[in-house]
Design a protein around this ligand. Structure first.
Ligand SMILES: C[S@@+](CC[C@H](N)C(=O)[O-])C[C@H]1O[C@@H](n2cnc3c(N)ncnc32)[C@H](O)[C@@H]1O
Length: 245
């Protein structure tokens, strides 16, 4: 039988060399253990590999128009077969999470900047001082695999622009990217009072960052997305420092 070529450009190998250490699923597991969230909201469930990291007593809410569950969830959960926009438009998130605030959210749906930004804006409506939002694919390998238009098997899209956008327009938040292979995990913490007005003109905000360009080498890519080494204890300290009390 012919071997299937899943990574013809060698991106996976390159990612593990550029970003040594635990992958994003390990980092997510650590975040669950550290945050012990009462609720968890995941946009983009697919096979459920990351969704299954939520454990009791966390209430897990998944959103995906085409879920393909192969990893059984381990806690009380619901998966809504909707796009994230449909979900936030039509459902009462507070009722689903049985709380007024989302404790932990993971954005891993449609891999384009505008969608990730809309997902973030919708999640922030339910954010409190202890909310943590993780965003996948924010430390790309190169500009080809980080383009909004897919041309490679290994593709992270232009979600990374959200880090630049948030760091520039939301100095009240702490926004950084853990160098977890294969494509980094951004963290947003430090939510306070609801932040009004910031994204009222969504088209203008998206337009402002749509054309930002990624550097040519990995050092400049790391710098633009505020990458930090994949050292869990330092990451945990940084998140904790933004929590009240
Ligand atoms: C990369 S996969 C998610 C992987 C999963 N989080 C994991 O780490 O195991 C992306 C998923 O996002 C879903 N998706 C695509 N567009 C979406 C949208 N607009 N809203 C929510 N999910 C979407 C796709 O159906 C796909 O299952």
């Amino acid at each position: 039988m012919q071997k299937q070529i899943v990574d013809p450009h060698g991106y996976i190998e390159l990612a593990s060399r550029l970003m040594p250490g635990e992958d994003y699923l390990h980092t997510l597991r650590r975040l669950h253990e550290f945050l012990k969230p009462a609720n968890y909201l995941e946009i983009g469930v697919n096979t459920g590999k990351s969704f299954a990291l939520a454990s009791p007593p966390t209430i897990a809410i998944g959103i995906d128009p085409e879920p393909n569950l192969r990893w059984p969830p381990r806690t009380k959960y619901a998966i809504h077969k909707l796009t994230s926009d449909e979900y936030f438009l039509n459902r009462d998130c507070r009722k689903d999470i049985e709380s007024s605030t989302i404790d932990f959210a993971f954005i891993d749906g449609l891999h384009v900047f505008e969608q990730a930004l809309r997902d973030f804006i919708n999640i922030e409506k339910f954010a409190g001082p202890r909310t943590v939002v993780a965003i996948h694919d924010c430390l790309p390998i190169d500009s080809i695999s980080a383009s909004p238009v897919r041309s490679t098997v290994f593709w992270s899209g232009d979600v990374w622009k959200i880090v630049i956008c948030l760091r520039e327009t939301r100095p009240d938040l702490d926004v950084f990217t853990i160098a977890s292979p294969p494509t980094g995990l951004a963290i947003v913490a430090g939510f306070g009072e609801p932040h009004s007005g910031w994204a009222e003109d969504f088209p203008a905000l998206a337009e402002r960052f749509r054309n930002v360009e990624l550097g040519d080498d990995h050092d400049s890519i790391r710098e633009s997305v505020a990458a930090v080494p994949n050292h869990w204890l330092d990451v945990a300290d940084r998140i904790r420092s933004r929590f009240p009390g």
